[in-house]
Write a protein that binds this ligand. Structure first.
Ligand code: FE
Length: 205
């Protein structure tokens, strides 16, 4: 069995936003897709660790902003590499607007948004899958949607060329952060994007 077959699946990239009471939050997901067309329904799958997960679960509503190839790495850093539990991601963030459902959608680096109303949830252990009807949507630009593969090769910062002579570095394959040292601790967590040691690759100079 070659587990790399999983890498051949295609994914889009999205900012998932929700609102509960006065609390707004958003996170990056790559797990959204249309599941029926009559009526229009979409599925999203969200890690339970994300605050946005709880807002969607409680409010039953969300917006999905579709990231385009024009999306800057800063959008991923802003919504993906910090937690809404410790930061207010919409404080001072102006590239957004509220849709009919009162939830923000993102205007910068996106080409569409869809407003979802949760119809069903499925507990998947680490994640919850939400099936939602689409209550509102609009196209925001003609820029092509960004795929996860496009993000990996064009949006994510390029790796530092090589490790310095005689030194070993470990590069986070998600965000590009460089850890210097012979061995990367097994329980190491990337300080930028919070991904585990298994997402680092070794370079020897
Ligand atoms: Fe990282």
């Amino acid at each position: 069995m070659n587990k790399k077959a999983m890498y051949q699946l295609t994914y889009g990239l999205f900012v998932l936003t929700s609102r509960l009471g006065e609390k707004d939050n958003g996170c990056i997901i790559n797990t959204a897709g249309q599941v029926t067309s009559t009526p229009n329904r979409i599925s999203i799958t969200v890690n339970k660790e994300n605050l946005t997960h709880d807002l969607v679960m409680e409010s039953g509503k969300f917006n999905l902003s579709v990231l385009s190839e024009k999306a800057d790495f800063d959008i991923f850093r802003h919504f993906g590499f910090q937690s809404g539990k410790t930061a207010d991601k919409f404080a001072g963030y102006s590239a957004c607007r509220r849709s009919e459902n009162g939830i923000y959608y993102v205007l910068d680096g996106t080409n569409a948004y869809l407003s979802g109303k949760v119809e069903q949830t499925l507990d998947l252990g680490t994640h919850t899958m939400f099936i939602a009807s689409v209550e509102d949507m609009d196209v925001l630009s003609k820029d092509p949607s960004a795929t996860y593969a496009f993000y990996q090769s064009n949006i994510k910062p390029k790796p530092a060329a090589e490790a310095p002579a005689g030194k070993t570095t470990w590069r986070c394959t998600v965000c590009g952060y460089i850890y210097e040292g012979e061995e990367l601790p097994a329980d190491y967590i990337c300080p930028i994007c919070k991904h585990p040691a298994s997402d680092f690759e070794k370079a020897t100079g």
